[in-house]
Design a protein around this ligand. Structure first.
Ligand code: PLP
Length: 373
């Protein structure tokens, strides 16, 4: 089979989504499935939907169009602020978008009116991650302007944590977001329907002891796809962590001295020195590199250690396990490695477990269980 390739187990993604939907449902929190790490791969999106997510979200309009083209007609929101240059597409394909800029919102409203529709706006509030967001003290005024803008409706407010600073939110942060929802309602009138508390890094808080307040939505990517907590990298109990695997082929395996010989030996200059080269280690080269994935985010089988990678090669130490040229190695990926592999054109994607679920998957008759894309 072609390599490198990512193999995707849709059943595990569906099970992860279902587990999170159920657990958060007990707290009155809905789940939006975030598809950006898989470039909007439609089968993965369907698996999330089959797991019961309330809707999908992606950061790039191209990915949204890919899902729409595949026939996915659930609510999809744009989680990165829409680009002024792609406004028409955002209105056409997304039900809602997360916003921080008033000029953009005015343009969204104008584009929506032109298309004879209305677009939902969710205001992203800066709560300390210092990526995107309206400052809390400006939120009421900002919301009032959105409400007064034709073509858009204020659907809710949201916050983002642990994207830039990798720090999980505290209960105080989340209580502050709840209060902001109350404040906007007090100052501007309309009910703030959606209070989206963040991504997978918020799960420990959401599933913890304290009150979840007004937070009624989380946007989950990593937890559904990889079963891990982005703030710590640790697996989340009850979730599959192996829905994705990267396969790469061995192109060389050879015993080599563990120490590198000096580049130039010039005895007359007294440059001669002794190096230990009796310790032979088995070095294996895989045909996968930085062009294909984030090689620092790979997990190799036990007993195999990563040495380094270049654009097209990854070198591993296989002294303790026998491998042969032409064989394949199964490798785990973290979020960054997954994202790069899924967007790399030279990495094949193979989907397992595609079934007719709720009659939604459309291409079953053609390729029942295996799709090479
Ligand atoms: C990527 C992203 C998410 C999902 O984050 P995960 O850590 O993968 O759950 C949520 N919200 C926004 C705005 C994002 O960009």
């Amino acid at each position: 089979m072609t390599s490198p390739r990512v193999e995707i187990d849709l059943g595990k993604i569906q099970a992860n989504a279902r587990c999170l939907v159920r657990r958060l449902g007990d707290y009155g929190i809905s789940v939006t499935g975030v598809t950006k790490a898989v470039c909007g791969q439609p089968d993965v999106a369907e698996a999330m939907l089959d797991g019961g997510v309330a809707g999908l979200a992606d950061a790039r309009i191209k990915n949204v169009v890919r899902m729409r083209t595949a026939g996915i007609n659930c609510p999809i929101s744009m989680i990165r602020a829409p680009l002024v240059s792609e406004m028409e597409n955002v209105i056409q394909h997304c039900d809602a978008s997360y916003n921080t800029d008033m000029d953009t919102i005015l343009k969204l409203g104008a584009a929506a009116k032109q298309q004879g529709t209305s677009h939902d706006v969710i205001l992203m509030v800066e709560m300390g991650d210092m990526r995107e967001g309206i400052l809390p003290e400006s939120l009421n005024d900002f919301a009032a302007r959105v409400i007064a803008t034709p073509g858009v409706a204020l659907k809710g407010i949201a916050a983002n944590f642990a994207c830039m600073d990798n720090v999980a939110p505290t209960a105080d942060d989340m209580a502050a977001l709840s209060r902001l929802a109350d404040n906007v309602e007090g100052a501007c009138g309309p009910f703030v329907a959606l209070v989206s508390g963040g991504g997978s890094a918020n799960l420990p808080w959401a599933l913890g002891e304290g009150s979840t307040g007004r937070i009624n939505n989380l946007r989950l990517g990593e937890a559904i796809l990889l079963g891990t907590d982005p703030a710590t990298g640790h697996p989340i109990s009850g979730l599959h962590t192996d829905a994705f695997a990267l396969y790469a082929e061995v192109i060389e395996t050879r015993n080599k001295p563990s120490a590198i010989l000096p580049a130039s030996i010039a005895p007359e200059l007294g440059g001669l020195r002794l190096v230990r080269n009796d310790v032979l280690r088995t070095r294996t080269i895989l045909a996968v590199g930085q062009q294909d994935t984030d090689t620092n985010g790979l997990t190799f089988p036990t007993e195999i250690t990563f040495i380094g990678a270049t654009s097209d090669h990854a070198v591993v130490d296989t002294t303790k396990s026998a491998v042969s040229v032409g064989s394949e190695m199964k490798i785990g990926m973290n979020y960054s490695a997954l994202m790069r592999a899924m967007s790399a054109p030279n990495v094949a994607k193979v989907v397992h477990g595609k079934q007719k679920m709720n009659g939604r998957s459309k291409h079953c008759e053609i390729q029942p269980y295996l799709t090479l894309v």
